[in-house]
Design a protein. Structure first.
Length: 392
């Protein structure tokens, strides 16, 4: 009996859409190794992505095939609707093997049994857990196969969310709100950075009174003091000092669905430049959100932000957002559409994005972000949290 996260019919619809993309790409099969894509197609959920695993979808077979370590097959039975015939596992001597065995040797055998060994097979060549050795072992074992890069094939299927997916993201947003408030409340002069991180983590797992939280794909990011000119630092043992800006970026997680949220706080009285930058960032975010509607492009949303901050002499070359939702470490992004110049992806209803137009300069570091969904008439921000500079 699988843990019920989505109805079986939803997984069937997802697989059908993936098969449509296989047909469009003239592929006979795809080997999916991104754990988020594996989950999306089958529901599989386990901390087993540190060893090689895959979901194989073929154009002809109704069900996908899950392939993983023998001890994880029980996890596949617990979290998916797959039949016993579709859950296949390799023996433990394939793991970190001194015997010249590799899990992709087993996957190659599965592809042979599925009668696609001489076909066109898509691989997620740029997925975090698909290694160079995985590729070379498949090549060695299947010399008649034609391998194609299909890294984003399933990710593009994921970009439009179902109503149940959106509900999990809204639940994740409630967790994000609680965790952000806990972090802001914990920050103060003399408090070690790790204490604020601990307060955030407690709320990320504790969730709400109605439901708990899951581990997020990215740890809470907390650059502070002189280091707020860079966005991806975590916490240290250093106590917060008077005059420290602190950036917090985090996400609640519900059934692997995220709703990221970033805010900036200041220990003491903030300088005028930080308050002014916060006001500009908020104005730019609101202009960009106002530009969101079905039929417009990602780059046009970014332009609304760019034009707004340009009035104040500010520039930002980085993208200001990206599609996201379901995720596993190391990332909650889908790696498809980005809100930036040159991205002509047309927005459609039920796409979801994290808009994070951070400003990182030698003089100031500022992050205020929102996760939003595209609605029939505009943007729905998932979190309800004050959009401002906080003080501690």
């Amino acid at each position: 009996m699988s843990r019920e996260v989505f109805e079986e019919a939803e997984y069937e619809r997802r697989v059908d859409r993936a098969k449509e993309r296989l047909h469009e790409a003239d592929l006979d099969a795809i080997v999916v190794s991104d754990p988020a894509n594996m989950n999306y197609l089958t529901g599989y959920d386990g901390w087993s992505f540190y060893v090689h695993q895959a979901v194989v979808v073929t154009a002809e077979r109704d069900e996908p095939v899950w392939v993983g370590r023998e001890m994880d097959a029980g996890g596949a039975r617990a979290t998916t609707h797959l039949s016993a015939e579709s859950i296949l596992s390799y023996s433990d001597d394939h793991v970190h093997s001194p015997y010249d065995l590799h899990p992709m040797d087993y996957v190659a055998g599965v592809l042979e049994d599925l009668e696609v060994a001489d076909g066109r097979i898509g691989l997620e060549m740029d997925a975090a857990y698909f290694t160079a050795k995985s590729y070379t072992r498949l090549q060695q074992n299947l010399p008649d196969a034609e391998f194609e890069d299909a890294t984003l094939l399933v990710s593009w299927v994921r970009i439009k969310k179902s109503e149940q997916e959106l509900e999990y993201m809204r639940e994740a947003a409630r967790i994000s709100e609680n965790a952000m408030q806990a972090g802001i409340d914990a920050i103060g002069e003399g408090v070690p950075e790790y204490e604020a991180a601990a307060a955030i983590y407690e709320q990320l797992i504790r969730g709400t009174d109605e439901y708990g939280g899951d581990y997020p794909s990215i740890v809470p990011l907390m650059p502070s003091g002189d280091h707020t000119d860079t966005p991806h630092l975590t916490w240290t043992d250093r106590p917060f000092e008077d005059g420290d800006p602190v950036i917090i970026e985090l996400s609640g997680c519900r059934h692997r669905y995220h709703s990221p949220l970033a805010r900036t706080t200041f220990v003491g009285d903030p300088p005028d430049v930080l308050e002014e930058t916060a006001d500009i960032v908020v104005e730019g975010i609101e202009a960009a959100l106002d530009a969101v509607e079905p039929g417009v492009t990602c780059e046009s949303v970014e332009k609304a932000w760019r034009d707004t901050i340009a009035q104040y002499g500010l520039e930002k070359e980085d993208r200001i957002g990206y599609s996201m939702g379901l995720g596993y470490p190391p990332d909650w992004g889908e790696h498809t559409a980005s809100i930036r110049p040159g991205d002509e992806t047309v927005l459609e209803e039920s796409m979801t994005f994290h808009m994070i137009p951070g400003i990182w300069t030698e003089a100031v570091g500022m992050e205020i972000s929102e996760t939003f969904r595209v609605t029939s008439s505009g943007a729905e921000t998932l979190a309800d949290f004050p959009r401002k500079l906080f003080t501690a």
